[in-house]
Design a protein around this ligand. Structure first.
Ligand code: PLP
Length: 409
């Protein structure tokens, strides 16, 4: 857009939907990001829970290079052996019989929503299309997923919300029961809310939701886009509850930084998803599948996940110590595994900025929370470094607060 005087309003042609921080990273090494001027930042934002194994992981880079020299993309008109292999591995590791590959989390959710609706339609009940979702949820930015998430800020101005979503308070089982009607198809929930502020479901709530779904002939769909792929110390967060869902959306960590998502489902839940019912041009292309298999090689084993649990336990204790030392800054440590949140007393953005001043990256979330999302393979030394930078950031914030209360000279 040009303004009076004929000058360009901004010198960036990128649609201004993001308010970006003025940092220009040129390369990454594990848990570190290096700017174009050579400054090193400790990256505990992980591309928003995506860089599961940090930056430039040798095995992922090797897989990408090897596949790049052979074949990138062919479409889903033809067989993709690495995709069949990745789907089989994911199915064997989970409750699922089938996997549909996507390029993003929102698309994995779209497939989950469509699968749930189609299931009832295939059973002769097309009127059962409504899905119960939860306040504070985040499922993506497509038209259906903003309706599912129900966040007014994301819905505003985009026309009528896609119908068919009934929202209840997070984890409120009585509200879930009350919301069920003869039109209900499924319950859709994040076992741990990410964007919503690292809100963990009460123990047993997932089991209760499973039971409520079974009693009412509706499907249980999980959004593990953020909490899945080892982030909580199990390959998928539902494993902690000892239940299995019917449908699950996965993305973020599954590609370790390469755009990849997946919708997993049981054969029963996917009974309507026959040839021609759904599709994606890019979804599951050879390049994505090579990297997806390489990520799984690293993450899907007891040694790796056990180490995530050990690191997480230690890290959470250290974070609790920081909280105790800085009660005017941090109110609460939340989360499981390496999906951690600090609910702050000060505005969460202040702590994110103070951490950035210490050259450590974190991500704000809802509920005045700062998300701490290290790569799952961080070393103890990097964890110690994060703790000392967090300590310094809190001390700096305390000093500013003291200055602000000092009478003017
Ligand atoms: C990030 C996220 C999504 C959306 O994923 P995109 O890749 O941005 O489309 C969906 N659900 C959850 C829980 C997420 O954290």
């Amino acid at each position: 857009m040009t303004v009076a005087g004929g000058e360009k309003k901004t010198n960036s042609a990128v649609m201004p939907t993001y308010s970006r921080i003025d940092l220009n990273f040129e390369r990454g090494e594990g848990a570190w990001l290096i700017t174009d001027t050579g400054e090193r930042y400790l990256d505990f934002s992980g591309g928003i829970a995506v860089n599961l194994l940090g930056h430039a992981h040798p095995a992922l880079t090797a897989a990408l290079k090897a596949q790049a020299e052979k074949l990138w993309h062919i479409s889903n008109l033809y067989r993709i052996p690495d995709g069949e292999r990745l789907a089989r591995r994911l199915a064997d590791l989970t409750f699922a019989d089938y996997v549909f590959f996507t390029n993003s989390g929102a698309e994995a959710l779209e497939c989950s929503i469509k699968t749930a609706r189609k299931y009832h339609s295939a059973n002769g009940h097309p009127e059962r299309y409504r899905i119960i979702t939860f306040e504070g949820a985040f499922h993506g930015r497509t038209l259906a997923t903003i309706a599912a998430g129900g966040n007014k800020k994301y819905l505003d101005g985009f026309g009528p919300a896609v119908p068919g979503f009934d929202q209840v308070p997070f984890g409120d089982l009585d509200a879930v029961k009350a919301a069920i009607t003869p039109e209900t198809a499924a319950i859709l929930i994040e076992p741990m809310q990410g964007e919503g502020g690292i809100r963990v479901l009460a123990p047993g709530a997932l089991r209760d939701l499973r039971r409520i779904a079974d009693e009412n002939g509706i499907l249980l769909a999980l959004d593990e886009v953020q909490c899945g792929m080892g982030r909580t110390g199990r390959l998928f967060a539902y494993e902690w509850a000892g239940i299995t869902p019917d449908i699950m959306a996965v993305a973020k960590g599954i590609g370790g930084g390469f755009p990849l998502g997946a919708c997993l489902a049981t054969a029963e839940a996917a009974k309507g998803m026959v040839a021609g019912s759904h599709g994606s041009t890019y979804g599951g292309n050879p390049l994505a599948m090579a990297i997806g298999n390489a990520v799984l090689d690293e993450v899907a084993n007891d040694v790796f996940l056990d180490r995530v649990r050990q690191t997480a336990l230690l890290f959470k204790q250290r974070l609790a110590e920081i909280k105790d030392r800085h009660p005017s800054i941090i109110a609460e440590v939340r989360g499981e595994g390496l999906l951690l949140g600090l609910r702050t007393v000060v505005p969460n953005g202040d702590l994110v900025a103070a951490l950035r001043a210490q050259k450590m990256l974190s991500v704000p979330a809802g509920d005045n929370v700062v998300r701490i999302l290290p790569p799952l393979n961080i070393t103890e030394a990097e964890m110690n470094e994060a703790i000392s930078r967090l300590d310094a950031a809190c001390t700096a914030l305390e000093a500013t607060a003291k200055d602000a209360t000092k009478p003017a000279a």
